[in-house]
Structures are given as structure tokens and as C-alpha cells.
Design a binder for this molecule. Structure first.
Ligand SMILES: *Cc1c(COP(=O)(O)O)cnc(C)c1O
Ligand code: SF4
Length: 371
């Protein structure tokens, strides 16, 4: 019988002193950090650390660099500015982000909501939830509700069911989504009972959050398998992190392992300009190079979309390596993943006034000539 997730959670690390149980490091600089940004690491995730400063350590153990960030903002995406009611972010025309919890099974040091995690900024209660749900019910343009947090799976099963049931009861809400890092940080929380509840609320999508191949373990595979067996399509959201996954080989290994546990890579995020996370930030070219190293070289299923969430709010903006060398009325000159050049003739455009087609060279004329 697997250990109950609540018991595992009780053994979480919340103070720098506990790090000493396994690693002999100077914890004094860490103590200063946790006064500003609290620490919380599930015992399961802590046990994944192989050595000091490895990719797992970097994500969960506070670093003195967090206090030396030369710039950055508490709320870089201006989520508060797009919040009509507490915890709800309505930024896009047809969907909302609904924060339902302040807590997580681990406080990722790079979190976009670093201002919130581990701090009771919103006292989530049924009144708060009902106000969020009322807003959604009164706005028929909302067809997609994304539960986030904090981590929604930190809530008790009954509360999750309460929220899903209320949301599913709104006629214009077509799909429900949950964003959770728990399959990675506390996979024991994904129980058959939870999955029995979730599968009553289809179409339900879950986006998980893995950053490094070391996080894909037997336990996380089991958790994702249970969710997938409940008919839930799984996507993954990663953040590009210096020293963790900012390397084409690491990323390729990660996306391949994700597909093997039935998770499809969805987004790769450029780090938001969050105060206290400067040391994790890579240059934008790094992400583009990683995408370039995947496109064509591996399954399209394995390639996430690289995005920057617009500073100040404005939504996610996709970034691509440039495969278009030129484009005009007659032809598009393209390169493929290997750098070979191809010409694709444009579809003829009807002229505006007299309905005459612009004369085009034939396809053969283009493909025979060298560009
Ligand atoms: C990311 C995000 C969503 C969901 O975006 P998708 O691109 O549809 O996955 C919705 N609302 C907010 C505020 C977001 O940041
Ligand atoms: S699990 Fe998600 S919300 Fe929680 S600290 Fe990590 S990144 Fe932030």
C-alpha cells in the first residue's frame, strides 16, 4: 500500500535546518532568503536531489541569489490588473485563469507567482469561490476555465469536486482545465479516487509541469498514467531555467520521456521578469535554439511552443525559429530543419478590379531553378 500523500506532505521541508539531514552546507545565507520567500519542499521531491546544486536542488532549495536580483517585478504580468474578482484573471476573450489555492507541494524558486506562493494573499473560502463562479456565470464569452493557483490538487477531493461540479453546471463553459505540478512534486496525491472524481467532468484537460528528465520517475509515471487512464489529455508546461534545462540535449531527453509517460509537451516559457529569479533567466535565443534543435529532428508531438508572456500583461506570444527566408506575391522561399532551401509557389491572387489572375511561373519553373 502506497503511503498516504497527506502523511508524505507532513514530512515536507520548511526550514533550512532540515536540509542538513542530507547535505552538509552553510545554511546561514539560506535563512535570510526564506524570511522573504518561504521554502517548502515535499519529502518526495527532496529525495530526488542527487547532489548540491544539481537541477533538482536548484529548483527547490532557496538561493542567496534570490535577494540579489537587480530588477524584476512582483507581478510581472500584471495579473492583479486583470482580476475582476479575487483570484480570477480574465485576460483573453474566451477563457479565464481561476486561482483556487495558495499552496503547492513545493515552492519552485522561479515561480511566476512568487509574490503569492506560501503567503495567504487570498483567504480561499467558499465565498471567494462562489464570487469567482458568479463572474464566470455572468460572462457568457467564457468557454474555458483553467484552475490554477497555487496548486488545485492541494485541495481535498471534495473541494475539487465542488468546484468542478459548479463550473460544469454553467452552460457556456465548454471545457475545464487544471494546471498542476503535483504529478511531478507529489505524485502520490494522484489517487484512483481523485481520478474517479475527475473523469466525471469531461472534457477536462490537465497540464502538468516537469522541468528536467530526472523528475520522470516510476511514481510520476504512475500518476500521469492514472490521469491518462481517466481519459484526461495531459500537456506539459516547462519554464526555461538556466543550469536546469537550458540545453538542447536535456530538453530533448525531457520531451521524449514525457511522451513515454503519455504527456504531450505544450508550452516552453521564457522566464517572466519575476523579482528574485534573475539567476534563472536565459537569453531568448537559447529557447529558439532549443526549438530549432527539436523541429524536424524529432516527432512534432514532442515539440512544445516557446512563448514569452508579455510583460505587463498582453498574453503569451509564440516565438519560432525563422523558416521563411522571403515571401512575396509569387513565392515563399523556405528552409527546412536541415537548412535546405525550398520554393513554394504562392496561390494565384485574383486581381481586384478585372478579375484577372496575376500570371505565375509554374511550379516546375521554380523547383528546377536554384534559388
Ligand atoms: C496562460 C493563461 C491562460 C491559458 O492560456 P492558453 O494559451 O489557452 O493555454 C489563460 N489565462 C491566463 C491569464 C493565462 O496566463
Ligand atoms: S507548483 Fe507552480 S504555482 Fe506552485 S510554486 Fe511551483 S511554479 Fe509556482
Amino acid at each position: 500500500m502506497m503511503e498516504d500523500w497527506r502523511k508524505i506532505l507532513k514530512k515536507s521541508l520548511t526550514t533550512p535546518e532540515q536540509i542538513l539531514e542530507k547535505f552538509k552546507v552553510d545554511i546561514n545565507p539560506i535563512k535570510a532568503v526564506v524570511k522573504k520567500y518561504p521554502m517548502f519542499v515535499s519529502r518526495y521531491y527532496f529525495d530526488l536531489i542527487g547532489e548540491v546544486d544539481d537541477p533538482i536542488w536548484k529548483q527547490c532549495i532557496p538561493s542567496p541569489l534570490e535577494l540579489q536580483d537587480p530588477y524584476g517585478y512582483e507581478d510581472p504580468l500584471n495579473e492583479e490588473g486583470d482580476s475582476p474578482v479575487p483570484g480570477l484573471v480574465h485576460r483573453y476573450p474566451d477563457r479565464v485563469l481561476m486561482c483556487v489555492s495558495n499552496s503547492c507541494a513545493m515552492y519552485c524558486r522561479f515561480c511566476t507567482r512568487k509574490r503569492k506562493v506560501g503567503k495567504p494573499v487570498i483567504n480561499f473560502s467558499d465565498d471567494v469561490y462562489l464570487a469567482q463562479i458568479k463572474y464566470i456565470r455572468e460572462n457568457p464569452s467564457i468557454r474555458d476555465v483553467l484552475l490554477s493557483g497555487g496548486d488545485p490538487f492541494m485541495l481535498p477531493d471534495e473541494k475539487i469536486e465542488f468546484l468542478l461540479k459548479k463550473l460544469k453546471g454553467i452552460p457556456h463553459v465548454e471545457i475545464l482545465r487544471i494546471g498542476s505540478r503535483i504529478p511531478c512534486t507529489l505524485p502520490q496525491r494522484i489517487t484512483p479516487k481523485l481520478c474517479r472524481i475527475l473523469k466525471e467532468y469531461h472534457p477536462l484537460y490537465v497540464n502538468v509541469h516537469f522541468e528536467h528528465p530526472l523528475e520522470i520517475t516510476e511514481e510520476s509515471e504512475r500518476a500521469c498514467g492514472l490521469l491518462a487512464d481517466a481519459g484526461i489529455p495531459l500537456g506539459n508546461q516547462s519554464v526555461l531555467l538556466k543550469g536546469v534545462n537550458d540545453d538542447p540535449e536535456v530538453m530533448k531527453n525531457l520531451v521524449h520521456k514525457l511522451l513515454r509517460i503519455r504527456v504531450r509537451p505544450y508550452y516552453l516559457f521564457q522566464m517572466d521578469l519575476v523579482k528574485g529569479t534573475y539567476h534563472f533567466r536565459t537569453r531568448v535565443e537559447t529557447g529558439i535554439k532549443i526549438i530549432e534543435s527539436l523541429v524536424g529532428w524529432t516527432s512534432g508531438l514532442a515539440v512544445p511552443r516557446f512563448v514569452i508572456d508579455a510583460p505587463g500583461g498582453g498574453g503569451k506570444i509564440p516565438l519560432q525559429p525563422d523558416y521563411i527566408l522571403s515571401i512575396d506575391d509569387e513565392k515563399v522561399v523556405l528552409r527546412n530543419y536541415e537548412g535546405k532551401v525550398f520554393v513554394y509557389p504562392q496561390t494565384p491572387v485574383e486581381k481586384e478590379n478585372n478579375g484577372v489572375f496575376i500570371p505565375l511561373k509554374t511550379h516546375q519553373q521554380y523547383t528546377r531553378q536554384n534559388v
